[in-house]
Design a protein around this ligand. Structure first.
Ligand code: SF4
Length: 194
């Protein structure tokens, strides 16, 4: 039997950054080298999760809630699987939380990623996710991301689009922002971009 083709919420974010990053990783032997920045970002991310265990819920505007860390979720129906940093559960409602070590505020790719986790939580745990939280460990700011119909539909549509390209092993268009290619470790494989 053929394995179902599942993608991760992280791949949705990467796809938003540049679809080819996902294509190279999934459909070719080309692997991205981990840069110093990526390694340091991952270490900071882990430290943030350790500190999170000692904090109250005040930054989330919640008074109660059970914290669940590193929640693994899979939905064949959605075509998604992944591991969520943190899920706060309060009764029948749940709030996915993502941490990023960045100075920036969340962009559309981060919103897609968080919403994909929300869809997984709803599908697999039977809870409702009205919104989630995105926290920058650099600026210490926490953003509330509402999961409105528009974002949900965009997340579902993008998931299907990414799966279709991977399934067909079809090279997607490059990013329209050529500036991203200047620092990209895959630029040697994207002959048409520079
Ligand atoms: S070089 Fe540009 S088009 Fe190619 S993967 Fe990198 S960002 Fe995308």
């Amino acid at each position: 039997m053929t394995e179902p083709l599942l993608i991760t919420p992280t791949e949705l974010r990467q796809w938003h950054y540049c679809p080819r990053v996902v294509f190279f990783d999934r459909c070719t032997p080309v692997k991205r080298r981990e840069t110093v920045l990526m390694t340091s970002g991952r270490d900071k991310h882990q430290s943030e999760l350790v500190r999170e265990r000692r904090r109250t819920l005040s930054r989330y505007d919640l008074t109660e809630g059970e914290r669940r860390y590193d929640v693994r979720l899979t939905s064949i129906t959605l075509g998604l699987n992944g591991e969520l940093d943190l899920l706060i559960v309060d009764g029948q409602e749940a709030y996915p939380v993502e941490f990023k070590h960045t100075q920036r505020s969340p962009d559309s790719g981060h919103r897609l990623q968080l919403c994909a986790y929300a869809l997984l939580v709803e599908a697999e745990l039977g809870l409702t996710c009205p919104h989630g939280y995105w926290h920058s460990s650099r600026t210490r700011q926490t953003y509330t991301i509402p999961f409105d119909t528009r974002l949900r539909n965009r997340t579902l549509k993008t998931t299907q689009e990414v799966r279709k390209f991977i399934w067909r092993e079809q090279c997607p268009p490059s990013t329209s922002q050529a500036v991203k290619c200047l620092e990209c470790e895959l630029k040697n494989f994207c002959g048409d971009t520079l």
